[in-house]
Design a protein around this ligand. Sequence first.
Ligand SMILES: [Zn+2]
Length: 211
Amino acid sequence: MECKLCGSEKIQQISIEDKYYYCKNCELIFIASGSLPSYKKELEVYKGHDNTHENEGYVRRFKDFINTLIVGHIDEIEEVLEYGCGPGPVLADMLEERGLNVVKYDPFFYPEVNYKKKKYDLITSTEVFEHFWEPKQEVEKLIKLIKPKSYLAVMTSFHPGAEEFKEWWYRRDSTHVAFYNLNTFKYLESNYPLKIVNTNNTNGIIFQKNN
Ligand SMILES: [Zn+2]
């Protein structure tokens, strides 16, 4: 088996539920292809999420995300792709309130949107990377859609390491199938035209595309 991000064969199984693998090269933790959730199961879970403006905790996390990672660059941003926006596009609304043009795409809730027809000054992807079945393909697709010197801002909880992973709450959502930490994102920086601009080293990171 190969790592789903870096392709390394330095893979170690995590001794829990026989489905999680840890890559010693890029530190991605991923679920083996045979154990991925069904489309039906995924849709069921996503519809159960309370992703609305009325959910205060949810809204606050986006405010923090914008204020910490995006606000400092907002003068450079006009066209945004909200990749994986879910059923109630709260973050997209917040960015539109700041005068940005936001294309909302989600494979479950906005599948018909042709988001590939242009390139963006910012791609946001919040609580989405952990759902990627094929992280390498997804990341490479997104990089192609970013304009030179423009941004990719990601929210996903950084995993605590292979040992602590077993007790980690974030893995308990059955639709979470790929987990990253700062070293995984440093792997992206080393191997793709991306530079880490800022991160809280907990659940948020923003990259700038080099060229
Ligand atoms: Zn790897």
